[in-house]
Design a protein around this ligand. Structure first.
Ligand code: AMP
Ligand code: GLY
Length: 425
């Protein structure tokens, strides 16, 4: 098979790496890819939001399967466009991708499907949103409806902060059309975990729980990033709870969308908050998390091509999706300054030495190949991932591998997985 993976981050390197282990795969293309994917297959310079370009590429190369890494192409209708050309695509239709593409759609689906989520209101006009925030008081959460590169959510500690956020979104239009509509919701307190499932429209197959570290600095302080590290499983969501959790947050969504004639096929990612009153869904994503994908795919023991094809064919109930009982931990190595401005073009050394350590895989994110050398090209540069018999073991191995890797202006958190270790006692 020839497979086209869309995207160019650490998640996509992990997808290419796992897919390439399948005996069914002859060639992998990645658009646009990065330094890591270039070492597995061929990078093609088509951007992830260029739907006609991606469809043309898939046709020209006669690919057998397209795998969408990020949400943007899915929200823009990549799966629909490929369906029109009879090219199999792993990832939901544009309608179903609205679970991530529109917070208002997502919250309404949750409410209709009976999924626990914080009470909310949707606003298309500025003045009523202001009045509602003043009435409710702080803390309160303001969310831009559309995709805003992870920056559209403000957990406001004061009414002023919440009003500034709505003003920014609806009047100043800082997020463009993504902020024309806003969701205002109650703040939840607790610990977060990610629960990710393969879905075929009717059935689901669960991946183990995982947890990422969104804040840039140690102790979960500083601004939010795409994720500075992740591990699986998350002690807060142990295996005994998987089945009931899936019945709470995965099954109702599949039923609801199937009943609407828009079955969900692909990855459904529930972002959960464990509050005093139990788990509540913060958000859905329609793709793997980055960096959760890296530890999860390190653990996956089933052929990923088989799982993806079963999702497309609606036969997920006929295969078993299994993961090693080992723990995996991934530490993101970034550029100093990220998520603000940061330097690029640093030459990276020690990748081979790190990869040679037992149970270690270095996934590349913001990198490119330049004259045979790997140089940085983004804020999150690598996700150094390791398997271990325990979380402590996986963490130790990941940091040993991190020590082997060098480049100027390197920054990483030294406390990835500490949250989970604390819970384990
Ligand atoms: P979302 O994209 O909706 O998941 O929001 C991004 C992040 O904002 C989440 O991972 C949480 O850390 C935080 N967040 C979102 N909604 C809430 C809420 N209702 N209460 C507290 N924190 C929230
Ligand atoms: N790591 C969180 C996300 O990918 O949305």
């Amino acid at each position: 098979m020839k497979i086209l993976v869309v995207g160019g981050g650490g998640r996509e390197h992990a997808l290419c790496w796992k897919l390439s282990q399948s005996p069914k795969v002859e060639k992998i293309l990645c658009a646009p890819g990065n330094g890591g994917t270039a070492q597995i297959g061929e990078n093609i310079p088509v951007k992830d939001d260029d739907i006609p370009g991606l469809v043309a590429l898939a046709k020209r190369e006669a690919v057998d399967l397209v795998v969408a890494g990020p949400e943007l192409p899915l929200v823009l209708g990549l799966a629909n466009a490929l369906a029109g050309e009879h090219i199999p695509c792993f990832g939901p239709s544009a309608y179903a991708a609205n679970l991530e593409g529109s917070k208002a759609f997502s919250k309404n689906v949750m409410a209709e499907a009976g999924v626990p989520t914080s009470p909310f209101r949707v606003f298309d006009e500025y003045e009523p949103a202001v009045a509602f925030i003043k009435e409710k008081g702080a803390p309160i959460v303001v969310k831009a409806d559309g995709l805003a590169a992870g920056k559209g959510v403000v957990v406001a500690a004061t009414v002023e902060e919440a009003l500034d956020a709505v003003h920014d979104m609806m009047v100043k239009k800082s997020f463009g059309s993504a902020g024309k509509r806003v969701v205002v919701e109650e703040t939840l307190k607790g610990e977060e975990a990610s629960f990710i499932a393969f879905c075929d429209g009717t059935h689901y197959a669960l991946l183990p729980s995982s947890q990422d570290h969104k804040a840039v600095y140690e102790g979960d302080t500083g601004p939010n990033t795409g994720g500075m590290g992740a591990y699986s499983p998350a002690p807060i969501l142990p295996e005994e709870k998987y089945a009931e959790t899936a019945e709470m947050c995965i099954r109702p969504i599949l039923r609801h969308l199937a009943a609407k004639g828009e079955p969900f096929k692909g990855i459904l990612y529930a972002g959960l908050m464990y509050t005093e009153n139990g788990p509540s869904v913060l958000e859905y994503n329609v793709r793997f998390g980055d960096p959760e994908c890296q530890p999860l795919l390190m653990r996956l023991t089933t052929d990923l091509v088989d799982v993806m094809l079963a999702c497309i064919d609606g036969t997920l109930d006929q295969i078993e999706v299994t993961s090693t009982p080992q723990t995996a931990c991934g530490v993101v190595m970034a550029a100093k300054g990220y998520p603000g401005s940061y330097p690029k073009g640093m030459a990276i050394t020690g990748l081979d030495q790190a990869d040679a350590l037992p149970g270690v895989k270095v996934f590349q994110a913001g990198t490119r190949l330049e004259d045979g050398r790997v140089v940085s090209s983004g804020g999150r540069i690598l996700c150094v991932t390791a398997l271990g018999d325990t979380l402590r073991d996986a963490q130790k191995r990941a940091y040993e591998a991190v020590e082997k890797i060098h480049y100027e202006n390197s920054y990483y958190r030294r406390d990835i997985a500490e949250k989970g270790l604390k819970r384990l006692g």
